[in-house]
Design a protein around this ligand. Structure first.
Ligand code: PLP
Length: 391
């Protein structure tokens, strides 16, 4: 697929293997292994003389390779790997490229923070979590500790903080560190992290890429060399995505642009409608012109995504009342699906933290995080108005 085709064209066509039966897209090769006509034929594949199918856990399965070509194309990368979950993708990345040390900037996903703070140090990987104001210490940590990898999300959960991808990549590169950006919140439709200077794009495919709340998966995209170095970790940690899930993911990727564009528009409309609501203290959405980092967001995002956070006037209990009164928004973690979701960071994603730790991360008890789905904006706004009555 030509890389000068538009992203939406690549979402439909890239990677598709059309078989002799005339299927418009890659069939599901629902098999664990592949047969050969002779030992010499098998050895040609095993010893790398020709590409071929071999064993599904290795990723040598046409359905898996097909979705990887599509995923690489979405981030304009040379190569991509799929995984059984976003966390599997991160774990393999950290083992392959983070052994000299990993710096994590800002509020990453809770599972990522736990892996970095509690588990990787147990196997000797040095990790440095720079949250809140500590994010400003990146240059100092790069200089003193010599880590091999800088990792961050942008926008972050739940405060929608924006990190300057170009600047962080410039700084990290000057100290010889690779940069991996978790692009799950924005999706490749709204933010092209490799074009902005990152070495590796990370995705929980469970979210926008999967887009229907019906699959769990992960992906890494980057240069051939960097991605090939991760493949043996995926293979021997057994983190492969099943072929049925790879086909389901490819199905979803074909409609990714229209889904994300619709979610962008609806989130913008909800954010604007909530901005002047008397019960709402702050709307955290990068697409609002008065969002403190709106200009930075505009400089690196082409759309502002479907995630937004409201801080209401009132207590954590008042925020709980609002969440419990919502009828269209499900109370559920996760994001990126067709159903709008609401969560209170205090009771879900940041439950284990003390109020002081939450404050350090800019998270208050009266915040509610929303994942905007595919419903009509007016219905979601109506639901929010009802839930905010008499708080
Ligand atoms: N990255 C981000 C930004 C996430 O929100 C999540 C999960 O919520 C993950 C990574 C982990 O993904 P998964 O649940 O697919 O393992």
């Amino acid at each position: 697929m030509k890389s000068d085709h538009d992203l939406s064209t690549r979402c439909v066509h890239a990677g598709e293997v059309r078989d002799a039966e005339g299927s418009p897209h890659t069939p599901i090769y629902n098999t664990t292994t592949f047969g050969f006509t002779s030992t010499a034929d098998l050895l040609d594949v095993v010893e790398g003389r020709r590409p071929g199918n071999l064993y599904t856990r290795y990723g040598l399965n046409p359905t898996i390779r097909s979705v990887e070509v599509k995923l690489a194309s979405l981030e304009n990368a040379e190569s991509a790997l799929v995984f059984s979950s976003g966390m599997a993708a991160e774990a393999a990345l950290f083992f392959a490229h983070g052994r000299r040390g990993i710096v994590c900037l800002g509020n990453a996903y809770g599972g990522t923070l736990q892996l970095l703070s509690d588990q990787l140090p147990l196997v000797g990987v040095p990790t440095f979590l720079l949250q809140g104001e500590d994010a400003g210490r990146l240059a100092e940590v790069l200089q003193k500790e010599g880590p091999g990898l800088v990792f961050f999300e942008t926008p972050t959960n739940p405060t929608m903080e924006i990190f300057d991808i170009r600047e962080i990549c410039r700084l990290s590169r000057s100290f010889g560190a690779l940069v991996a950006v978790d692009n799950t919140f924005a999706s490749p439709i709204n933010q092209q992290v490799l074009a902005l200077g990152a070495d590796i794009a990370v995705h929980s495919a469970t979210k926008y890429l999967g887009g229907h709340s019906d699959l769990t998966g992960g992906a890494l995209m980057g240069s051939k060399d960097l991605i090939e170095a991760v493949a043996p970790w995926r293979k021997n940690l057994g983190q492969m995505m099943a072929p049925e899930i790879a086909a389901l993911l490819a199905r979803s990727l074909r409609t990714l642009p229209i889904r994300v564009e619709r979610q962008n528009q609806t989130a913008q409309a909800v954010a604007e409608a909530m901005r002047d609501h008397p019960k709402v203290a702050r709307v955290l959405y990068p697409g609002l012109p008065d969002f403190p980092q709106h200009d930075l967001a505009r400089s690196q995002m082409s759309g502002f995504g479907g995630m937004l956070t409201l801080e209401i006037h009132g207590s954590g209990e008042d925020a709980t009342k609002v969440v419990d009164r919502l009828e269209l928004f499900l109370i559920a973690p996760s994001l990126g699906g067709p159903e709008s979701l609401a969560t209170q960071p205090m009771t879900t994603t940041h439950f284990g933290l003390t109020p002081e730790e939450r404050r350090k991360r800019g998270i208050t008890d009266s915040m509610i995080r929303f994942s905007i789905g595919m419903e009509a904006a007016k219905d979601l706004i109506g639901d929010l108005h009802n839930a905010l009555k008499n708080i």
